[in-house]
Design a protein around this ligand. Sequence first.
Ligand code: SF4
Ligand code: SF4
Ligand code: SF4
Length: 308
Amino acid sequence: MKAKISTEWLSGCSGCHVAIVDLHEKLLNLADEVEFVRVPVLMDEKGYPEADIGIVEGAIRSVHDREAVEHMRDSVRTLVAFGTCAVYGGPSGIGWLHDSESVFAQVYDGGPTNAGHERPDAGAPRLEESVVPIDEVVEVDFLLPGCPPSPYFIAAALRLLLDGSGPKLSKRTVCSGCTRKMSRRPGTALRKGAVTAADERLCLLSQGVVCMGSVTLDRCFSPCPQKGVACTGCNGPSLNIIREPQVDYRGVLAGTMSFLTGISEADVKAYIEAEAKTFYAYSLASPAIYKKPTVELREWAGDGHRHD
Ligand code: SF4
Ligand code: SF4
Ligand code: SF4
């Protein structure tokens, strides 16, 4: 009998669903084993048919999101938080920094394309006060972060789920797939705003560019640093960051960079705090990050109006 798969799209960009479609022949390889019973980007199925595996994209931002994820939980046997928005809030989680009234004021009252300053009417799903990852609302069986998850890891996860186990937790970071070498370069300056550097063989940290590879889960084969662009952490935090309450992106990156370049840890930390919306962009709505004793995201990047 084929395994039934149901998917749902909450507050996300649909990129995670497109990533499933992008599996191409990997999806065809599974065709004899799976039956999709609900896929918002492909099928007009508005109900929640029973399924073996439920795949949820996006974070919880609205009352609709909350009800939808509860329907998913009730209708599937195994629930997968799919993509960094579902697992950590992802880019959708930036709303965690602001309460809903601040968001409305910014977007509808002051938005340049909304000349009449009209707000959504009662027919639109009500925004909740904040943004939360889905495991804050329902029990989740597996987490598959990535923005979006790479086709290789999606196919591997589906294979493991169909075999009755599930995706394994990786201890590796993006650095493990990067061929650049970390080497000490005392006297290197901190390059604020830079995303690349001249030497293609040398680690970006050694060249004064803050690359998040060493604090980011290995779920992508490191395409960005391999193409010369600093990792921005879209797979979400690596295991050491998640496991240890006092270990944060800021401290790890500042310590490594200072060792490699001689730039003071305080300077790197101050830069990361000033650019918190960039360096914490994918995970700031996750309690695993904002509840760390050393993290003050609202102070660094917010408007001070958030309610828990
Ligand atoms: S994780 Fe990335 S690709 Fe997936 S919904 Fe969120 S923003 Fe889009
Ligand atoms: S920090 Fe970035 S550039 Fe350096 S090894 Fe890790 S992934 Fe590569
Ligand atoms: S290298 Fe970093 S930014 Fe690039 S895809 Fe991987 S996790 Fe995302």
